[in-house]
Design a protein around this ligand. Structure first.
Ligand SMILES: *Cc1c(COP(=O)(O)O)cnc(C)c1O
Length: 291
């Protein structure tokens, strides 16, 4: 399997032009920014490896993508997390469901990171939570090259990129390999957390992405009515479904700042739609109650 150039589209939203880089359409099973981050493992040969190990949350997009990668490579996939609600075990949904179907062995442990790294050896590869590691640069650089080509072919004047961050690794490596400004926002922790993540992977980067903020504080994984509203508005008006965990917070913070930003916006759609199954169920339970 090989990743091919993802689509690049022009859309209008709230009377403004947005170009959207559709990494959600990269591949049916291996898409979004996790596919970019793990492309290094996809294209290189690891003749001695027979097992892939990682850790993180029980609904993570990285978990699902790694499981697909392991399957393509013929590796076992072992994953550690803090807890699995019994409701989820009995009613599997979203990334958890599809990763189990693909053969993931998942374990609940007290220290997930320590457990993962204790297995690392000549035949077992350990991948950091959310792909927060140097090897992610390989695929993200290729994404930067694609964006440069898309922007040139569409004759976009004064472009800038926006994408919401988790670990911030995608934004960091995009900025490293692009001549345009990269704007981002945090969805996990505060802005200090993002800057710390950036220092952890590369401490000598000259130009960092610019962090946009909002009046209101948002907590990772929490449900907000305005987030659900903008998800539905984007889907109706643009015909594009975005992820429900990162993108609504991204769009809220982006739109709050957009009048201050000069140039033509390019929004990076980073996939995550498999994870929407569980997020949508949570939102529907909370806000779409039939009276
Ligand atoms: C993982 C993920 C992010 C965050 O990416 P980082 O590189 O960790 O900042 C954003 N959006 C989606 C859909 C993701 O799956």
């Amino acid at each position: 399997m090989k990743l091919t150039h993802s689509a690049f589209q022009k859309h209008i939203f709230r009377d403004k032009i947005f170009f959207i880089k559709r990494d959600d359409l990269l591949h049916e099973d291996f898409s979004g920014n996790k596919a970019r981050k793990f492309e290094y493992f996809l294209v290189n040969d690891f003749p001695n490896i027979d097992k892939l190990v990682s850790y993180g949350s029980n609904q993570s997009n990285a978990m699902y993508s790694l499981c697909v990668l392991a399957k393509l490579k013929g590796w076992k996939f072992v994953y550690f997390c803090d807890h699995i609600p019994s409701f989820l075990k009995e009613n599997p949904i979203g990334n958890y469901k599809y990763a189990i179907q693909n053969g993931m062995q998942i374990y609940t442990v007290v220290d997930k990171k320590q457990n993962a790294y204790s297995l690392e050896n000549g035949t077992t590869l350990v991948v950091e939570e959310g792909g927060r590691q140097k090897s992610s640069e390989y695929g993200i650089k290729k994404l930067a090259d694609e964006l440069r080509e898309d922007i040139r072919k569409n004759h976009i004047k004064n472009p800038y990129i926006f994408l919401p961050s988790g670990t911030g690794i995608t934004a960091l490596y995009l900025q490293k390999h692009l001549p345009f400004r990269v704007f981002t926002c945090s969805t996990v922790g505060d802005d200090k957390y993002l800057e710390k993540q950036w220092q952890m992977v590369e401490d000598d980067i000259k130009i960092l992405p610019i962090i946009l903020n909002s009046q209101k504080k948002y907590h990772y994984g929490k449900l907000y009515p305005e987030a659900y509203e903008i998800y539905k508005e984007l889907k109706n008006d643009m015909g594009v479904e975005f992820d429900l965990l990162y993108d609504p917070i991204g769009w809220i913070k982006f739109l709050e700042n957009i009048d201050k930003l000069e140039g033509t916006p390019v929004y990076l759609h980073q996939g995550g739609l498999k994870g929407n199954e569980s997020m949508k169920a949570r939102y529907e339970r909370k806000y779409d109650k039939i009276n």
